[in-house]
Design a protein around this ligand. Structure first.
Ligand SMILES: Nc1ncnc2c1ncn2[C@@H]1O[C@H](COP(=O)(O)OP(=O)(O)O)[C@@H](O)[C@H]1O
Ligand SMILES: [Mg+2]
Length: 298
């Protein structure tokens, strides 16, 4: 559950219009929500507040029953494990292959090698990349790179997946593939919040849409009517629809490992954050298990 109560964010005091201005919002567990709005309307600010990357100037944010302003600094990595995040620019480690990009998120939380060897192939097959585990990011298409980022975001079983313009660098077919993958992830129970400019996709997906403008919510469709749910999977102008099933089909509904969450993730200890694209947290977490600084912390 995500709740914002009268949240405002002003980057520079007295600088005029705040980036967010008295925003109220509630997103229930298991929802799929699009956030749309012109550039500068406050969407990325909202995402950063949810990740506790920024503090609100005023107002309260509650995630999974916890007030964010009550979370102590040393508890932040653990808090962020409940939230997976993906970005427009993928943020993969360039000198690591697909397997190690995903495995790293587990290493930093202290997962055992034995479990990593089980979990990583499992999640890669769910995002349709099982065959590419040895590839490096530069050898992958944009769509494939975003799948790796999604696998990394999900590997530590977050309850919430946040995506800031995840399809901004992708062509229409890949963008649609990624959205259908997110829909599958949502069907498995993960709450999904997607910031996007792609209004064609938004209208075809039939999800809740929150529209922002100049730091305020100007429209909220609420939860969609389930009776018209199938409009998005109907072909239409996306003539390549037959390919969608193939590329998302390997993402099964059976997240069996999830039921073992407590056993595997309840004792993560004092390591840095995992499951996120926070390279700085990765670096803070001590030396990577497979050796060497990767040198692209720019
Ligand atoms: N680090 C920052 N410092 C000062 N102003 C910022 C900063 N980040 C964003 N802003 C301003 O806050 C407003 C909202 O930005 P942002 O949340 O990035 O919008 P969006 O993601 O919808 O394009 C914009 O006016 C932007 O210029
Ligand atoms: Mg933005």
């Amino acid at each position: 559950m995500i709740r914002l109560e009268h949240v405002s964010k002003e980057y520079l005091a007295g600088s005029g219009l705040p980036a967010l201005n008295d925003v109220n919002m509630e997103i229930e567990d298991g929802e799929f929500v699009f956030i749309v709005g012109d550039s500068g309307s406050g969407k990325s600010t909202l995402i950063k507040l949810l990740l506790k990357e920024l503090e609100p100037t005023s107002g309260t944010i509650v995630i999974n029953g916890r007030k964010l302003n009550k979370i102590r600094r040393r508890q932040i990595p653990k808090f962020r494990r409940e939230i997976g995040v993906v970005f427009q620019d993928f943020r993969l480690l360039k000198d690591r292959n697909v397997y190690n990009n995903v495995a790293f998120a587990q290493k930093v939380i202290g997962e055992s090698t034995r479990m990593i060897r089980c979990n990583v192939p499992n999640i890669l097959s769910k995002v349709g990349l099982a065959a590419k585990y040895r590839s490096y990011p530069r050898q992958l298409s944009g769509g494939e790179q975003q799948r790796v980022a999604i696998a990394r975001a999900l590997i530590n079983r977050p309850k919430i997946l946040l995506a800031d313009e995840p399809t901004g660098n992708l062509d229409n077919t890949n963008a649609w593939d990624i959205m259908k993958l997110m829909e599958e992830i949502n069907n498995d129970g993960t709450t999904i919040v997607v910031v996007t400019h792609n209004l064609e996709i938004v209208s075809r997906m039939n999800k809740r849409v929150i529209q922002m403008n100049k730091g305020v919510i100007v429209d909220d469709s609420g939860r969609p009517d389930p009776d018209v749910k199938d409009s998005a999977s109907d072909g239409g102008s996306y003539g390549e629809n037959s390919a969608f099933g193939e590329s998302t089909g390997s993402y099964g509904r059976d997240f069996t490992a999830f039921s073992r969450r407590d056993r595997f993730f309840g004792t993560a200890g004092t390591y840095g954050a995992g499951g996120s694209a926070y390279e700085e947290d990765f670096y803070d977490a001590g030396p990577p298990v497979d050796g060497g600084d990767d040198g692209d912390a720019d």
